[in-house]
Design a protein around this ligand. Structure first.
Ligand code: CUA
Length: 178
């Protein structure tokens, strides 16, 4: 019972039982396996991209995105008239995460590489590209950059997987690959 003093007051000098040593070793080995699994999965899992990140501000990032939208918008989609932007292959493209959408819609070419810059204008969001399951943490004040080479054509949905308020479940976006 914990309210009683231990029978051996100097308990840390007692010899350790074999079973306990075994469990300590098992736990340690399992810790190491899981620890090594992280870099292993980064390389072979093909889901967690190596990203770069740079300091930015909401104003600066919004301006850069707007410049790309003004230059390369090809049409708009839905009643909300969301711009569909088709920047030249190989270029830098920008995606804004904010309450509560991913903006604009990007239209990319298959087998061409793009530098995709993503940032948040307000709070933390989770970029999650479906169905390929590419996930990135998107933070305000930081510009996350990945090199993306689409290998299949189609329409890919972006959802937000970091809770960001009452509109979180409606925070959607789209990348089209042609
Ligand atoms: Cu953005 Cu949840």
């Amino acid at each position: 019972m914990s309210i009683m003093p231990p029978s051996h007051r100097v308990w840390w000098n007692q010899p350790i039982h074999k079973i306990e040593v075994t469990w300590v070793i098992i736990a340690l080995v399992w810790c190491l396996v899981l620890f090594l699994w992280m870099p292993y999965w980064h390389v072979y899992g093909e889901q967690n991209l190596s990203n770069e990140s740079y300091k930015t501000s909401a104003e600066l990032f919004e301006a850069k995105t707007q410049r790309m939208v003004d230059k390369y918008t090809v049409r708009t989609e839905s009643e909300a008239e969301i711009p569909v932007v088709a920047p030249p292959a190989g270029s830098d493209v920008y995606l804004v995460g904010r309450l509560w959408d991913w903006w604009p819609i990007l239209e990319l070419e298959k087998d061409k590489s793009y530098r995709v810059h993503i940032s948040s204008l307000d709070y933390q969001h989770g970029f999650s590209l479906q169905p390929v399951n590419i996930n990135l943490q998107i933070l305000p004040q930081y510009e996350t950059v990945i090199t993306l080479t689409p290998t299949t054509t189609g329409s890919f949905g972006i959802i937000c997987n970091e809770y960001c308020g009452v509109g979180h479940h409606q925070m959607l976006g789209k990348i089209i690959v042609k």
